[in-house]
Design a protein around this ligand. Structure first.
Ligand SMILES: *Cc1c(COP(=O)(O)O)cnc(C)c1O
Length: 395
């Protein structure tokens, strides 16, 4: 498989890394929509099963289109190896569950995507894996939660939906001091703005459904780490349990990567402009944007991220009724629970993604009834600002 020279910059890798040309010399990566592979001889087949011939065996294990997607992500992220999965949640669940057994302990930041919280809080304990949730911004809570049987720390940064930024290098250090690994869900930062492996994390997971597709088409996920982590914990688990991505979806995501840098930069510029306008708006009581000087962890953002965010969080005065009026008045930005799309999307977390939480738990996370998450799309920033300010007039 073609490996790009180490000197290439991310934009170049996004277009060229991992390309595996067939005998036809196609420009665009081919879609290998095949379940299996045929062999020239019984001997070749035997060698492949023995691992002596590196070819493909079955698409639950690997597939040329999926391999191209994984290779491109490996080179972008600076990882040694990767395994893709059918969804972001298949990737998160596998990265967390596959290395663990009953009696192990996991510590996670409380501010998690709803389904990630389900895995930590509800699923793991059913299999005898103990879990502790902490306020991820407080390093002493991570330190105190560490036990002799702690195997994994898990966090998202920036967090969903309040866009808090957690100190990845310090949390990695605490994990390593106790012999645990740090798994980071890097969806909100994207590989363009943050490289958790370079910051000390051991494993990075993505929902490729979000910015990597970025055009609302298909689901996908990926886990990136060292060769050793994959060989020891993921290789067999994923082959035998089968959370595999379809070659078609891997192809869509592979093509999505070509424009990831351009899209994320444009969406971040738009989000920053929207944040600046909303910050001084009289109908808004709180605005969070990583990249503004008034972000609670502005210094940390500068230290560990290369850019801000495609997302903006803001609280409308007047609670749920006012927030709903804004959502219903928007003409351009669409009401959705999704993010990272070419189309701007707005979410009311308290009644959707975080509806399952108790009101006091939502309050502790800063998710008030008036809180709205805005995901900047690729529309013109001025059109979005006009749409938002017109809707806020009605709040
Ligand atoms: C969407 C999302 C996931 C889950 O991804 P799916 O592809 O929907 O399964 C996990 N973590 C975060 C932070 C997300 O935003």
């Amino acid at each position: 498989m073609s490996k790009s020279p180490a000197t290439y910059r991310p934009e170049t890798r996004l277009v060229h890394s991992g390309t595996l040309r067939s005998q036809y010399g196609e420009t665009s990566e081919a879609l290998f929509l095949t379940q299996g592979y045929v062999y020239n001889s019984a001997e070749e087949c035997e060698a492949r099963f023995k691992g002596e011939d590196p070819g493909f065996i079955y698409s639950r294990y690997s597939n040329p289109t999926i391999a191209m997607f994984e290779r491109r992500m490996i080179e972008l992220e600076g990882a040694e190896a990767a395994r893709s999965a059918a969804t972001g949640m298949a990737a998160v669940t596998t990265a967390i569950l596959a290395p663990l057994k009953a009696g192990d302990h996991v510590v996670a930041s409380r501010a998690l995507f709803g389904s990630c919280l389900y895995v930590i809080q509800d699923l793991l304990p059913r299999y005898g894996i103990e879990t502790t949730l902490v306020d991820g911004a407080k390093l002493d809570e991570w330190q105190r939660a560490l036990r002799p049987n702690t195997k994994t720390f898990f966090l998202e940064s920036p967090t969903n939906p309040t866009l808090d930024v957690l100190d990845i290098p310090s949390i990695a250090e605490i994990a390593h001091s106790g012999g645990a690994r740090l798994v980071v869900d890097n969806v909100f930062a994207t590989p363009i703005w943050q490289s958790p492996l370079a910051l000390g994390a051991d494993v990075v997971v993505y929902s490729a459904t979000k910015h990597i597709d970025g055009q609302g088409r298909c689901l996908g996920g990926i886990i990136l780490s060292s060769e050793a982590f994959i060989a020891e914990h993921l290789h067999n688990f994923m082959r035998q349990t089968g959370p595999s991505i379809s070659p078609f979806n891997a192809w869509v995501l592979l093509k999505g990567l070509e424009t990831l840098g351009v899209r994320v930069r444009a969406q971040t510029d738009t989000a920053a402009r929207v944040a600046d306008v909303l910050a001084s708006h009289p109908k808004i009581s709180r605005l969070v944007y990583p990249g503004r000087e008034d972000h609670p962890q502005a210094a940390l953002v500068k230290k560990q991220m290369r850019g801000g965010s495609t997302l903006v969080g803001f609280e409308v005065k007047g609670g749920k009724a006012a927030a709903f009026r804004v959502l219903n008045e928007l003409k351009l930005a669409k009401i959705s629970n999704n993010l990272g799309d070419a189309k701007s999307l707005v979410t009311h977390p308290a009644t959707t993604t975080h509806q399952r939480l108790k009101p006091e738990d939502r309050a502790a996370l800063g998710i008030s009834e008036g809180f709205i998450r805005f995901s900047a799309g690729l529309e013109h920033a001025d059109d979005l600002i006009e749409d938002l300010t017109a809707a806020l007039e009605k709040a």
